[in-house]
Design a protein around this ligand. Structure first.
Ligand SMILES: [Zn+2]
Length: 321
């Protein structure tokens, strides 16, 4: 899959207020219907509604040199300790689950919207390299690699305009996950597919912008407008345990420096526990203790009932691994 070019991206975007087409006028994007003007940031349109409670288009006005990160030099002892620290997570779903999603897409050259793409553009393109299609990346984060800056609560795209939506570890960071899921349903055409990853037993990350966690059943309920074609573990109980132990170690210290050192120590001591996840995945009930789960579904035009979701919990044969 390739990333969309600028012309394709501009053709697909719509005014977030009235969903009408948008044209570029020098460094602005103007709605052809309501005449509202939206700025560009890093050459990409910033299509955010005026009544957004947290983000305003004005925040994107100034070009910045990028996020300022205070990190230890790579060759310093602390830098090397950080660089070689064992990972806290093991992802047992990639690339298998993403390939399953890609195979479920209809059409010769499907169009995929990546909601909350963050820094994933390169990695996703590489994972889905062997499939045809085009990827559009959007995110509200100024530092993200995107084709459009926007809010997942109000996707600036026409109804039924995509064949697939990918959203990985995004909906725990939004105020109203149901509203965002409804937007994903709206921009997908009937038969379109969704791939979602959501954390369950995972500590707060991204600070103030972290609101919600989901069980596998909660994940299914959130995407009740989709017929399930796959579901399972991304990070299992081993990953959940490493995160907990790192959090436990950090909780002893107020100072960011000592907290970081405690986290590093815990990662070196306990990071190996994440390797149990592949073996534990053979037990369907290990999903109850997972760090993160995935859901793949097809927009079928009818809702999955609460009764079906409850039945699905006990149906281990429906765990696609
Ligand atoms: Zn408009």
């Amino acid at each position: 899959m390739q990333r969309v070019d600028e012309a394709d991206a501009l053709q697909s975007v719509r005014c977030p207020e009235c969903l009408s087409e948008i044209r570029r006028v020098r460094a602005s994007f103007i709605c052809t219907e309501c005449d509202l003007s939206y700025p560009e940031f890093k050459g990409k349109p910033v299509l955010i509604k005026q009544d957004n409670p947290l983000f305003q288009t004005g925040d994107y006005g100034s070009i910045e040199s990028g996020p300022v990160r205070v990190v230890a030099g790579r060759s310093s002892p602390l830098g090397l300790i950080k660089k070689w620290a064992p990972s806290m997570s093991k992802n047992i779903a990639h690339p298998r689950a993403l390939h399953r999603f890609a195979e479920s897409l209809e059409g010769d050259r499907p169009s995929i919207l990546v909601v909350g793409g963050g820094q994933q553009a390169k990695e996703l393109q590489a994972t889905l390299e062997s499939y045809s299609g085009k990827l559009t990346f959007c995110d509200i984060d100024k530092t993200a690699v995107v084709d459009v800056f926007c809010d997942a609560h109000c996707l600036p795209f026409a109804t039924g305009s995509f064949d697939g939506v990918i959203t990985t570890a995004v909906l725990e960071h939004v105020l109203y996950p149901d509203a965002c899921a409804a937007e994903m349903v709206r921009v997908l055409r009937i038969g379109g597919a969704v791939y979602s990853e959501l954390p369950f037993l995972q500590a707060v990350h991204e600070g103030a912008y972290d609101y919600t966690r989901f069980t596998m059943s909660g994940h299914r309920r959130l995407f009740e407008d989709f017929e399930e074609t796959g579901a399972g573990t991304v990070g299992g109980p081993g990953t959940a345990l490493v995160w907990s132990l790192v959090g436990f170690a950090r909780s002893f210290f107020k100072s960011p420096r000592y907290s970081t050192l405690a986290a590093l120590a815990a990662r070196y001591l306990f990071g190996w526990l994440r390797h149990f996840d592949s073996a534990l995945d053979r037990n369907p009930r290990s999903l109850d203790f997972a760090s993160c789960t995935y859901f793949i579904g097809r927009k079928a035009g009818k809702k999955t009932t609460a009764e079906q979701i409850v039945e699905r919990y006990g149906d281990s044969s429906f765990k696609h691994t």
